[in-house]
Ligand binder design. Structure first.
Ligand SMILES: NC(=O)c1ccc[n+]([C@@H]2O[C@H](COP(=O)([O-])OP(=O)(O)OC[C@H]3O[C@@H](n4cnc5c(N)ncnc54)[C@H](OP(=O)(O)O)[C@@H]3O)[C@@H](O)[C@H]2O)c1
Length: 315
């Protein structure tokens, strides 16, 4: 298996160009998955306060450090500020909670999870509701949240800061005030939503793109997303002795995106990271382009009424 290359970030730090997603898995399942991932060579682990698994992930990372399999400095741990903590005075508290959960001295990359906020009720209420059942939103401007994120770098709690689910206008606006530029914008990115325009926009401003849902949540039952179950993608995969998942992930890599596929199965983890020993032809990339419908899996319609909901413009 070829080594995972690095992406140079605009603050001098570097990020492995492929990571492990961990959403929707917790407890001993994700703890074992992260240990397996480290054993097979993953160094970039993506979590979030909202996934309620930071504790297990930290435990796995610390145990691999203790047994000498890796050093802390080899690992790139990403976690995210949840929507209920956008008020500037909550940001340090929220980051401290993530550090406590992880039991690590610092976070490599801390992201604002979404540009819109939810009303803060208490530390445990992730999905606050209004009395009529609709989502309780907050109107905190992400610019103010960002200023508090910058302070975390000064404190040494986080090495790098970035954003997630920001559109191009939000990035542009953030850059007009940021003292520390975001290093990454983590957005949904797969052959189904290839994000070429947003990637170029961010690259032009020295912001790297991390792609979440890079496999588009494969479902053998519904044969979605289309690229995973397409005979012509299977033929490309056969040519390189790869799978359609690997073709999709390699395609994202060649678009300049850092994919973070999630799996709790060791064999699939190996499969998903074995994409650095072949190159797609231009024709094959053009064919992969044809799967780009722009359809999202994560659209957060509950926040549609927020002035900061990001999905109302083209990119
Ligand atoms: N910033 C954000 O707002 C945001 C939003 C969503 C996700 N994320 C991050 O992005 C990560 C990835 O996204 P995701 O987990 O939603 O979707 P994904 O990585 O596209 O798909 C994960 C699913 O694919 C299966 N799978 C993994 N490798 C496979 C392979 N080679 N062949 C067939 N199936 C395979 C996994 O099952 P098994 O585990 O059983 O293998 C899992 O059910 C998340 O885990 C999270 O860390 C961030």
């Amino acid at each position: 298996m070829s080594a995972v290359p690095f992406v140079q970030l605009n603050d001098g730090n570097r990020m492995p160009a492929l990571g492990l997603g961990t959403c929707a898995s917790s407890g001993s399942e994700i703890e074992k998955a992260v240990k397996d991932a480290i054993d097979v060579g993953y160094r970039h682990i993506d979590t979030a306060w909202a996934y309620e698994n930071e504790h297990s992930i930290g435990k796995a990372v610390r145990s691999k450090i203790a047994e000498g399999a890796v050093k802390r400095s080899d690992m790139f741990i990403v976690t995210k500020l949840w929507n209920t903590f956008h008020e500037p005075h909550q940001v340090e508290r929220a980051c401290r909670q993530s550090l406590n959960n992880l039991q690590l001295d610092y976070i490599d990359l801390y992201l604002i999870h979404f540009p819109f906020g939810y009303a803060y009720k208490n530390d445990h209420e992730q999905w606050p509701r209004n009395p009529d059942g609709t989502r309780a939103l907050s109107n905190v401007d992400f610019i103010d949240t960002w200023t508090a994120m910058e302070r975390l770098v000064e404190l040494g709690w986080v090495k790098s800061i970035g954003v997630s689910n920001f559109n191009s206008e939000q990035i542009a606006r953030l850059l007009t005030v940021a003292k520390i530029r975001p290093v990454v914008n983590q957005v949904e990115c797969s052959p189904t939503i290839s994000q070429k325009k947003l990637t170029k926009f961010c690259k032009d401003r020295d912001i790297a793109i991390t792609g979440f849902c890079p496999l588009g949540h494969p479902s053998p039952a519904s044969k979605t997303p289309a690229f995973m179950y397409d005979g012509r993608v299977e033929a490309i995969a056969d040519k390189y002795n790869k799978t359609p998942a690997q073709i999709g992930l390699r395609y994202l890599h060649e678009l300049g995106v850092t994919p973070i596929p999630k799996s709790v199965r060791k064999q699939r983890m190996i499969e998903n990271m074995s994409i650095f020993d072949f190159t797609l032809t231009n024709e094959e990339k053009q064919f992969m382009d044809s799967f780009n419908t722009g359809q999202r899996l994560v659209a957060m319609y509950d926040a549609r009424k927020s002035p900061y909901w990001p999905y109302g413009i083209k990119f």
